[in-house]
Ligand binder design. Sequence first.
Ligand SMILES: [Zn+2]
Length: 123
Amino acid sequence: MEPIHWLVVFIILCVLISFIANKKGRSGLLLFFSMVAPAVPLMMIASYSLGNNMDAKPIAMWFVAFLCPVVGFFWAIMAKNKEQMAADTGSYGGMKKCQFCAEPVRAEAIKCKHCGSKLDLDA
Ligand SMILES: [Zn+2]
């Protein structure tokens, strides 16, 4: 493949992973830049360390570049979603933890959908 094709694949991959993070209530944009930003210096290091080895160079450069979305992908799928974060911390991203059954419910909820308890709005 031409380098430009790899670039397109790289960007698509980063965007897809950012969408996964977004769906989990995390900042997809932040993750996107966290994957793209280190790819450039990593590619420069790979390019520099291989010197004049023109056969291995593009493969090595794209290999290190693609490590960033791979790490980002694992981070995104391992990241807890809003419900899990709310259950852990008490409230997160518009969710809160029911003080009776400890299940995550919406912050606006006045009645727990899990146990049916009446909830304090400020809890
Ligand atoms: Zn409950």
